[in-house]
Design a binder for this molecule. Structure first.
Ligand SMILES: NC(=O)C1=CN([C@@H]2O[C@H](COP(=O)(O)OP(=O)(O)OC[C@H]3O[C@@H](n4cnc5c(N)ncnc54)[C@H](OP(=O)(O)O)[C@@H]3O)[C@@H](O)[C@H]2O)C=CC1
Ligand SMILES: O=C1O[C@H](COP(=O)(O)O)[C@@H](O)[C@H](O)[C@H]1O
Length: 491
């Protein structure tokens, strides 16, 4: 049983009618409620709702098997609010004091900004101006991604937030850091001395990080068409996974020890420039295609609210190089995209070949050792080895996999990413949230890509919806003597 702090809290949920709230946040709050977390929620957005119709909306967002809904729903209240109107914030003050008394919430407050990023700074400013962020308990600001749209805007955003909240009170959420197997990377690496010995350029040939999605842009084109895969997925989730794989062992597992090590990796990633960009990155966009379920899928350009001449990338593949002792010369290949053949998040660590292959007569090819970290939908690990083929001559080998799989029952009872991160926020534990300097250095790398792509006019390569991306993404690895490992499965 996972321990959550029982500190009660009043949650101000901005963007209460939005996609993220409906798809993830209400079910995460339900699970926290089931673990006896005490809270009340004021849902905030512009459209008209009464408390009752808001509770209906939440009810509809919960999975069908959820029981005991009524008591859970009763702690949700709705107030109409436009972020751009400070007077709307002022009217919340007496209501929040009333809820604080009614539910004995000790003045503790979380302001969760599940909003378009353009509103983050204004929301923080109005929270301060209205006095809502002054409270007798603790206060925390949870801020969704993306944190700015480039280095300059992220610095401006951070400065505005700091007028109302301190760095310790700002929880920049990256839901990948709440995933079970992402949190397991640190344990796998630092609790197993056998890996520490070989986790470096002498034994590792390359690292491959894949975040593939089958979904298209859906109804989020207003956001996505301005953003693209590089900013939506690489700047945050992929950079975080890469730093967890590449960081040095921290001396302790305290919040800042881990984050310092992650920042060191980000500082060592080689920025892109106009001379190398065309070699290091592939930008793709999906055309129409057929889904694995044989359904027709539209091209990105035909999706609702996408500009008809949009050159937004829905796929990115790139090679990153880390200029430090441990990783010099080891490529970190990453790829992510919408409308790909399969939904999967996995990391493959490919070890170097034998220095000399004594099994060259072997009928089977002696493949490299692979450590695969399955993040989703499968959760587990596998280590690919070569062993003697049963009953055959000793020189004949077969590949086998040693596997660990999170068992399904355990997975059902496990916290999901949002639940775990909201619980951490209530506890005041920011280990799995992004510190400001992580954001800063990550934007530095992304800016170098965006600027170089513009100057070199890196084109969009088209891929059929339902495929694994454009063929140029394969060529990106082939020219370095590597290839993408297909998505692997645990069974
Ligand atoms: N959806 C997802 O899968 C993910 C989203 N995120 C991030 O979460 C955040 C929210 O995304 P998402 O839920 O998809 O966005 P949506 O567009 O679905 O929702 C936006 C919410 O903001 C409200 N809103 C819009 N304008 C105002 C305003 N002026 N004043 C007050 N409220 C306003 C909307 O309600 P109303 O129109 O009624 O005002 C709605 O509730 C974004 O930062 C996004 O990047 C992060 C990871 C995944
Ligand atoms: O942050 C985001 O993540 C989701 C993918 O998350 P996952 O947990 O389902 O892998 C992505 O669809 C969305 O575009 C992006 O904003």
């Amino acid at each position: 049983m996972i321990e959550t702090s029982k500190e009660p809290v009043l949650i101000f949920l901005f963007g209460a009618t939005g996609d993220l709230a409906r798809r993830k946040l209400y079910s995460a709050l339900y699970r926290l409620y089931k673990r006896d977390q005490e809270f009340a929620v004021i849902g905030l957005a512009r459209r008209a709702h009464t408390d009752e119709t808001y509770r209906d909306l939440i009810n509809d967002s919960l999975p069908s098997e959820v029981g005991q809904r009524q008591h859970f729903l009763e702690r949700f209240y709705y107030r109409r609010l436009d972020i751009t109107r400070p007077e709307n914030f002022a009217t919340l003050k007496s209501f929040s004091d009333e809820l604080n008394e009614r539910y004995q919430l000790k003045g503790n407050r979380i302001f969760y900004l599940s909003l378009a990023p353009a509103y983050f700074a204004e929301a923080a400013k109005n929270l301060k101006k209205s006095g809502l962020s002054t409270t007798s308990g603790w206060k925390r600001l949870v801020i969704e991604k993306p944190f700015g749209h480039d280095l300059k805007s992220s610095k401006e955003l951070n400065e505005s937030l700091l007028h109302a909240f301190s760095e310790e009170e700002i929880f920049r959420i990256d839901h990948y850091l709440g995933k079970e197997m992402v949190q397991n990377i640190e344990v796998l690496r630092f609790a197993n001395p056998i890996f520490e010995a070989i986790w470096n350029r002498r034994y590792i040939s390359n690292v491959q990080i894949t975040l593939s999605e089958t979904l298209g842009v859906g109804d989020r084109a207003n956001y996505y068409d301005q953003t693209g895969a590089l900013l939506d997925m690489v700047q945050n989730h992929i950079m975080q996974l890469l730093t967890l794989i590449a960081m040095e062992p921290p001396t302790q597992l305290e919040t800042d020890d881990l984050r310092y090590e992650k920042v060191k990796v980000l500082k060592a990633i080689r920025p892109m420039n106009i001379h190398n960009i065309a070699e290091e990155i592939v930008r793709g966009q999906y055309t129409r295609g057929i889904s694995p379920k044989r359904e027709k899928m539209r091209a990105y350009l035909n999706e609702d609210n996408v500009r008809s001449d949009s050159d937004t990338e829905t796929f990115v593949a790139s090679r990153f190089q880390i200029d430090n002792y441990r990783w010099q010369g080891v490529p970190f290949y990453v790829r992510t995209g919408k409308r790909m053949a399969e939904k999967a998040t996995q990391i493959v660590i490919q070890f170097r070949k034998l220095p000399k292959n004594p099994y060259f007569h072997n009928v089977n090819h002696v493949g490299p050792n692979l450590l695969v970290i399955y993040i989703s939908p499968d959760e587990g690990l596998s280590l690919k080895l070569n062993v003697k083929a049963n009953g055959e001559a000793g020189s004949n080998t077969v590949p086998i996999s040693l596997k660990f799989r999170n068992n399904e029952l355990a997975m059902e009872n496990m916290q999901d990413a949002y639940e775990r991160l909201i619980a951490d926020c209530i506890k005041g534990d920011s280990t799995n949230f992004t510190r400001w300097d992580e954001v800063l250095y990550s934007w530095g790398i992304i800016d170098s890509i965006v600027d170089s792509c513009k100057k070199r006019h890196v084109p969009i390569d088209y891929y059929e919806a339902g495929s694994m991306g454009p063929s140029t993404a394969d060529e990106l690895l082939e020219k370095h003597g590597h290839h993408w490992w297909p998505i692997m499965h645990m069974e």
